[in-house]
Design a protein around this ligand. Sequence first.
Ligand code: ASP
Length: 307
Amino acid sequence: MPDQLKTQGLLDIESLPREAIEEILERARFFQPGPGETYKRLEALKGKTVVNLFFEASTRTRVSFEIAERRLGADTISIAAQGSSVSKGESLVDTLNTLVAMRPHAVVMRHAASGAPQFLSRHLTIPIVNAGDGTHEHPTQALLDARTILDHRPSLAGLRVAIIGDIAHSRVARSNVHLLAKFGADIILCGPPALLPPELAQLAPGVKLSWNMRDALAGADVIMMLRVQLERQYESAMSAGEYFRFYGLRPEHIELASPDVIVMHPGPINRGRELSSEVADSQRSVILNQVENGVAVRMAVLERVLG
Ligand code: ASP
């Protein structure tokens, strides 16, 4: 069977076999720096060129990919859509074909259209790493989330994971559901009715939905908060204060969860909308560990795709 990661790259978690996920998570552990250390500098991708093409805003994902690429010895070029010929009306396929003609070895891409990397992978001869496509998937986020959970728990099987917020527009939620379901976690998705369409229960077997935050949090081992994707909502959204009152994570909620619960958020966080500062800055929060693990996981992915 052709190695999907080497031929197409990393397009999504849904089609990624469990063994490939395990391999990436294990390798990422090797890349994690010890206390006071920085990421290992290796030459695994020496002579390889990676183009980072971001058609949507990004801080942590783009920087994290760039650091990962450089730590593996690759040459990197980063292009933002503003300032590129995309703003002159060039089509996505033409932009990508132009870049590929310059012979990079892989493209890391973020795009607002769901399915854009899958579509392009049918036209390109080099692998694509999906850095987030619309509301569809954000595979490296789910991998770094899994790495972070496994730094605190021996296994994902049987863990109760509450994912709370704007599920409807969240590619982070979709990738996490696919990954966690492959490893037998119990997943509960929670958010306001307008942001929790019933069909999400079909994403993977055993996924439950709730509009009630207290029910979702009862006994949770992991709480994943999501940002309200204002840029993807066309209907009038709740005010920040109203949202926070019903779906904002506060210290009293932590009492409902398991005693050693961890609180996650893919960032960027909106204090006072999705979570309170007391929770974001508490001992329970592993938000900065997620960011840190992003580099190690992306090194593992890039090495697997290009090594
Ligand atoms: N950074 C994540 C993403 O790109 C989460 C977010 O933006 O809310 O999907």
